[in-house]
Design a protein around this ligand. Structure first.
Ligand SMILES: C[S@@+](CC[C@H](N)C(=O)[O-])C[C@H]1O[C@@H](n2cnc3c(N)ncnc32)[C@H](O)[C@@H]1O
Length: 247
C-alpha cells in the first residue's frame, strides 16, 4: 500500500534525511532549494534529456551512483520496466527510496559500489554513470566493469572535466623520441587530485575532454552525441576489443 504523505510530512522527513545533493520536487516541497549549482540536476537534465530515448517501455535501467534518485525517477517516468539505482552511500539511498515512495514510483535501490556490479549478474538496456567517474580511485576499472558486466546497449556518462576542451588528432603510435605531443593541452589527460578539490577529498581523477572521449572508446563504447559539455551519450561498440579485467 503506498504511503500518502501530506506536504508538511514530506517537508519534515526531507529535512531529517538531508542534506540533499539532488533537488527534487516532492508534493511541491523542494529537497535542496539552496543548491550551490542552482536547480540541480534539473538544469543539467534539460540539456541532454532529448538525447536519450523518450519512451523506455520494455527497457531496463541501471543508475550507478544514483544519489537522491533524480535520474532513476526520470527514467521510471519514461516508462522503464525496471529501474535499479545503486549507490555506496546509504544516506543517499534513504533519500532516493523516500523520493520514489512519495512519488508512487516502483524503483529498486540497493547499496552497492560500482566495483561490485558483476554480482548483479544482469545486463541493462541503459546504464547511467553520471557524476561518479571522477570520484573513483580506479575510474578505468569501473568503466571496464560496467561495459563488460552491465551495459547491454546505451551508456550515459557524465564527468567533471578540467583542462583543455580541444580534441586534437592523436596518432595510433609515436616513436619513443616523441615528447612534445604530451605537452599539447588537448592530449588526453587525467588530473590527479592528491588532497582535495572544491572542498571534496573524493575528487580523485579529473579528465580533460579528449581524455573522457578516449577512455570511453578504449572501454568499448562509441560516442553517439555530446548534448551537453560534460555528458556523453554512448552505445556499446560491438566490434571493440575489451580489455581483460584484472580479476
Ligand atoms: C556527484 S554525485 C552524482 C549523483 C548523480 N549520479 C548525479 O549525476 O547527479 C556522486 C554519487 O556517486 C556515489 N558514489 C561515489 N563513489 C561510488 C562508488 N564507488 N560506487 C557507487 N556509488 C558511488 C556517491 O555516493 C554520490 O551519490
Amino acid at each position: 500500500m503506498p504511503h500518502h504523505y501530506t506536504p508538511e510530512q514530506v517537508a519534515q522527513r526531507a529535512q531529517e534525511l538531508g542534506p540533499w545533493f539532488h533537488n527534487i520536487s516532492l508534493l511541491g516541497v523542494a529537497t535542496a532549494p539552496g543548491h550551490f549549482l542552482g536547480d540541480y540536476p534539473s538544469s543539467k537534465w534539460r540539456n541532454f534529456e532529448n538525447a536519450i530515448p523518450q519512451d523506455l517501455r520494455g527497457m531496463t535501467v541501471l543508475d550507478v551512483g544514483c544519489n537522491g534518485g533524480f535520474y532513476s525517477i526520470e527514467m521510471k517516468r519514461r516508462g522503464a520496466d525496471r529501474v535499479l539505482g545503486i549507490d555506496h552511500d546509504e544516506g543517499y539511498l534513504r533519500q532516493a527510496q523516500f523520493a520514489a515512495e512519495v512519488l508512487g514510483l516502483d524503483i529498486a535501490f540497493e547499496q552497492m559500489s560500482v566495483y561490485e556490479v558483476p554480482r548483479l549478474n544482469e545486463r541493462f538496456d541503459l546504464v547511467l554513470f553520471m557524476g561518479v567517474f571522477y570520484h573513483l580511485r580506479y575510474p578505468l576499472l569501473a568503466l571496464d566493469i560496467l561495459r563488460q558486466h552491465a551495459v547491454k546497449d546505451w551508456f550515459v556518462f557524465q564527468s567533471m572535466l578540467r583542462g583543455s576542451r580541444t580534441v586534437p588528432a592523436i596518432a595510433q603510435d609515436y616513436p619513443f623520441s616523441e615528447k612534445a605531443v604530451f605537452d599539447h593541452p588537448g592530449f588526453p589527460k587525467m588530473h590527479f587530485v592528491e588532497h582535495s578539490y572544491s572542498n571534496d577529498w573524493t575528487n580523485w581523477w579529473i579528465p580533460n575532454r579528449a581524455c573522457a572521449e578516449a577512455v570511453l572508446r578504449s572501454a568499448g563504447f562509441t560516442i553517439q552525441s555530446v548534448p551537453e559539455q560534460e555528458v556523453f551519450v554512448c552505445r556499446c561498440d560491438q566490434a571493440a576489443t575489451l580489455h581483460p579485467l584484472p580479476y
